[in-house]
Design a protein around this ligand. Structure first.
Ligand SMILES: [Zn+2]
Ligand SMILES: [Zn+2]
Length: 501
């Protein structure tokens, strides 16, 4: 080795280490606290101090110890920098009931108290109800620190996938409960009350959904309920969301539990672009809601009416089908397609906008259903599937209707949301597949206009699998499919395959 290669080697090792830190981000704990509990500590409290650095807004602890088979029992609590003296010093006590808990400004695992996370010396407080005279226990506490701007799916240890298989997952991306203006009749039927989240969840499960986004207006207080309910409801992904609700339009932000200043038109948030740039820092996903609603006294601020042009590159999805607007012709589809025509790749999604989990007619949870192809049932995978456009909307929210559009040119293949390149004169082979009631019919939309491939029958006889060629002209196009029933009503809305995008 040449002498001058040593600095290079050091640099390479440094770069490799930076890479491994980045790779391990979200998975490896920030601290590992290890220690022993000795027999002499029976019936005492054992403090484990640790330092919380500045700019931390969540502490997550996973705790384990040896000796359970010898009846060793260690209880668990948490104290902030002021201990029992300060107003927010005591942060909870779980006895021996929790192996994993989190505390943040918005939410905490039951037994623990949400609130500000101050930098300083915190204490994991261990209590020892029992350790035998001849036993020494080894404990390990892994500690993860969260930071402002972290997405809601970190740390991963708190948010394991509910299912590991890739597949089509059905969900509702828009609803309101007790944390905003969702209400339902109380148990006795005597009054209307803020509708508790478990009723929303039960309604979603009855509809056979795999995920729901809890999009209360402008708040993140639903996070604390999610923290309690998600471990029990381990077949339904509860996705943190909020409906950013302004005087000039509504948009959902998915996948973030962080506060966001929504006051568009104020000194701090002069316009929608500044709000959307702040939202982008939170790593969530933005969808413009019910864009064609009126903006008047029937629905104040509901229509999409920003005072200045909005940079649509800061938006990832459009609520093409809203449950409340379902009776309006095509809901938000013309708005969405107009943006597709302008060259934006925006995913068309649906949301019920349910405000009463117990209602039996009208905008039921799951009507419409957004169906997402995801690598697993987890928050980041569902959001990645939506971002990618691997999505169709089941307008009536059934359990079994399907729609897909794939394309191939030579060795290239694409599914909904993907792009494919086709030179002028080159044929693109499309295949539309669908499951829908007898009498339904698929339609192909090219750049916003219905296009009937010559000699191809698009009638759905329970199922449909039909291929056709589309002549490329070397220019940009977007091509998607719908399915309508015999009466012409929309049943399924597919996302585009983009050509030459
Ligand atoms: Zn709204
Ligand atoms: Zn809403």
């Amino acid at each position: 080795m040449k002498p001058n290669s040593l600095p290079l080697l050091a640099l390479m090792i440094l770069l490799m280490c930076l890479a491994c830190t980045a790779f391990a981000d979200g998975d490896a704990p920030d601290l590992v606290l290890k220690g022993q509990i000795r027999p002499s500590e029976n019936h005492t409290y054992h403090p484990v101090p640790f330092t919380v650095p500045a700019n931390v807004n969540r502490i997550t602890v996973q705790f384990d110890y040896t000796g359970r088979d010898q009846r060793t029992t260690i209880d668990l609590g948490m104290l902030g920098p002021d201990g029992f003296r300060g107003q927010d010093g005591f942060r909870g006590w779980s006895g021996g009931s929790k192996k994993l808990f989190t505390i943040s400004s918005t939410d905490a695992t039951p037994s623990f108290l949400p609130g500000a996370i101050r930098a300083g010396r915190w204490t994991l407080l261990l209590g020892v109800p029992n350790i035998r005279p001849n036993v020494t226990a080894e404990y390990t506490a892994k500690v993860w620190f969260g930071h402002p701007g972290d997405p809601a799916w970190l740390p991963e240890v708190l948010n394991p996938p509910l299912r590991h298989e890739a597949g089509w997952y059905r969900g509702d991306l828009h609803m309101h409960g007790a944390h905003s203006d969702g209400s339902c009749t109380s148990q006795s039927g005597r009054q209307r009350v803020p509708c508790p989240l478990f009723l929303t969840i039960d309604a979603a499960l009855q509809r056979g959904l795999d995920f729901i986004a809890l999009s209360d207006h402008n708040t993140v207080s639903q996070m604390n309920d999610i923290r309690e309910l998600q471990p029990y409801y381990d077949r339904l992904l509860l996705m943190p969301a909020r409906e950013i609700t302004t005087f000039t339009g509504h948009a959902n932000l998915f996948g973030s539990d962080q506060p966001l200043d929504f006051r568009v038109g104020s000194a701090t948030v002069p316009d929608w672009n500044s709000l959307l740039r702040a939202a982008a820092q939170l790593h969530g996903l933005i969808s413009i809601n019910h864009p064609i609603r009126p903006d008047d006294e029937t629905c104040m601020g509901c229509g999409w009416a920003p005072a200045k042009p909005v940079d649509m590159h800061l938006v990832q999805a459009i609520e093409a089908v809203n449950g409340v607007d379902a009776l309006l012709p095509d809901s938000g589809i013309p708005f969405w397609q107009h943006l597709l025509d302008q060259g934006f790749r925006l995913t068309g999604v649906g949301g019920s906008d349910n405000h009463d989990a117990r209602q039996v007619v009208g905008t039921l949870i799951g009507t419409p259903t957004t169906v997402v192809h995801a690598s697993e049932l987890s928050m980041p995978a569902i959001l990645a599937g939506i971002r990618a456009g691997h999505v169709f909307v089941d307008v009536q929210g059934t359990r079994d209707r399907m729609l897909n559009l794939t394309a191939g040119v030579g060795a290239q293949t694409a599914q909904m949301g993907d792009a494919i390149h086709a030179a002028a004169g080159q044929k693109v082979r499309f295949t539309v597949t669908a499951t829908a009631p007898e009498g339904a019919r698929a339609e192909i939309i090219v750049d916003g206009k219905t296009w009937q491939p010559a000699g191809v029958d698009l009638a759905v006889h329970g199922t449909l699998s039909q291929s056709f060629d589309w002549p490329g002209d070397g220019k940009r196009h977007w091509i998607r499919a719908n399915v309508r029933d015999a009466g012409g009503n929309l049943l399924l809305v597919g996302n585009p395959v983009y050509v030459n995008d």
